[in-house]
Design a protein around this ligand. Sequence first.
Ligand code: AR6
Length: 192
Amino acid sequence: MTMLEFKYQISNQCVILIKKGDITSESTDAIVNAANSRLIGGGGVDGAIRSKAGRTIELECEKIRKTIGECKTGNAVITSGGNLSAKFVIHAVGPVWKGGNQNEPELLRKAYRHSLEIAIKKQINSISFPSISTGIYGYPVELASEEAINEVVCFLQQFNKPKLVKFVLFDDKTFANYQSSLSKRCAVATLK
Ligand code: AR6
């Protein structure tokens, strides 16, 4: 099966790449998890990441919980990647969709922004995101993709790092929405 990847040059130093796939196989320096505030294992991408990473994540999250309590919606924390190819996992907490009038767009953008802030603090050059909040949390993907792409493009334009941001999307519908949001922001895409 051929796997489509689209590459968008955001600045002379930064690229966004989108592809369909399983984020747990990515070998970027970090992958992002769509976590919950309690940092307790769940389903979706969280379940997949934790089962492949091994117990490290659970133990590190327990330590974080003891130090900071919960990770509020819109925030993110970092752990190591255990048995994953990625060295780090950044656990970002997106909002539960409650109809759109509960500050969901800003909270979703914050989840992406904080993940990227943690990445540059840790000198992480490459990072992969799933589509945060659009699974169990019910955020409509056609709205979420706009917020995600706008936030990441603005961040890269402002800070010129990390060098590579990937969106690793699980299904056709999600992939199509992110691709459409990206092509609104960036005129040129090259097929990788
Ligand atoms: N690789 C890439 N994307 C994936 C994968 C994967 N292996 N598996 C699922 N997705 P979700 P949320 C997609 O539900 O909506 C957990 O219980 C999925 O198809 O994982 O933010 C947490 O603990 C969808 O497009 O995250 C929280 O309690 C996207 O990832 C809660 O779910 C996000 O879906 C978070 O819900």
